[in-house]
Design a protein around this ligand. Structure first.
Ligand SMILES: [Mg+2]
Length: 271
């Protein structure tokens, strides 16, 4: 199934699973995904659900995964919010401007939200609510010296009604206007993948990342020393994969093919 023959992945002890486009599309599980996750678990692989999704707080993402049957453990969902808070703590950013929907703000409870004299502007997902006025407020804060932190910088994602602008284009607009580079804390930042492996007691080479985004998921993982598996579901596009300089460790049709890839049972078919 995978390009370039069967990759050598015998030492894998932990799997990082992207959520959107890999396990679910919109409100529905990807066919075979629930069963595949069960197989990975029963093969004694530690699992982390890693997502750049910034439209929901961690609690809601966990509940959604439970509803679909993925049974995530309490600490298993990793989002960029955790790394953003860590970064603010380290740099002493106590007052922050939050560009994200109200629900997601619960993940930032330990920081003080402000519209004036912010230490940092944190850009998450406002979807269709991104407006000139909101971007202009953020622009002025950054020009006045606030740090610019982006929860992610994905170009686009697959909504049920088609490919749609993600947070990245709005982050890029602020960077262009301010001539400052955002500190991007979500995938593909290597520190995000390090945070995901926190507490798992595995080396990066003993983990594998499964994603539908060749740059953020696969490229980011490889950069952090983690093998990257690309699935042909979600936002996957053959032309984008071929145009990319990123060479996935393996490419498979869907998450349903991953258990056989990671455990050495004989495979019944190929190609
Ligand atoms: Mg995805």
């Amino acid at each position: 199934v995978e390009r370039g023959g069967r990759p050598h992945l015998p030492e894998i002890e932990a799997v990082l699973l992207d959520i959107d486009g890999v396990l679910r599309i919109g409100d529905d599980a990807v066919p075979g995904a629930v069963e595949a996750v069960k197989q990975l678990r029963s093969a004694d692989l530690a699992l982390r659900f890693v997502t750049n999704t910034t439209s929901q707080p961690s609690r809601r993402i966990t509940e959604e995964l439970e509803r679909l049957g993925f049974e995530p453990g309490p600490e298993a969902v990793v989002t960029p919010a955790g790394l953003a808070i860590k970064r603010c703590r380290e740099l002493g950013h106590g007052r922050v401007m939050l560009l994200m929907n109200e629900a997601v703000k619960e993940d930032f409870g330990e920081l003080q939200e402000t519209e004036d004299e912010a230490d940092a502007v944190i850009v998450g997902d406002l979807g269709e609510e991104f407006s000139y006025e909101i971007l202009n407020r953020a622009f002025r804060a950054v020009i006045d010296g606030a740090a610019l932190i982006a929860l992610q910088k994905n170009r686009y994602w697959l909504k049920p009604n088609g490919l749609s602008l993600d947070v990245g284009p709005f982050v890029a607009a602020l960077e262009y206007a301010t001539e400052k580079e955002a500190d991007v804390v979500g995938k593909p930042a290597p520190s995000f993948f390090e945070l995901a492996l926190d507490g798992l007691d595995v080396e990066p080479g003993q983990a594998a990342m499964v994603g539908d985004d060749i740059e953020s998921d696969v490229g980011g993982a490889l950069e952090a020393g983690i093998p990257g598996i690309l699935v042909r579901t979600g936002k996957y596009r053959e032309d984008a994969a071929e145009a990319s300089s990123v060479e996935p460790t393996a490419t498979v049709d869907s998450i349903a093919d991953v258990p056989a890839l990671l455990r050495s049972e004989p495979r019944s078919s190929s190609g």
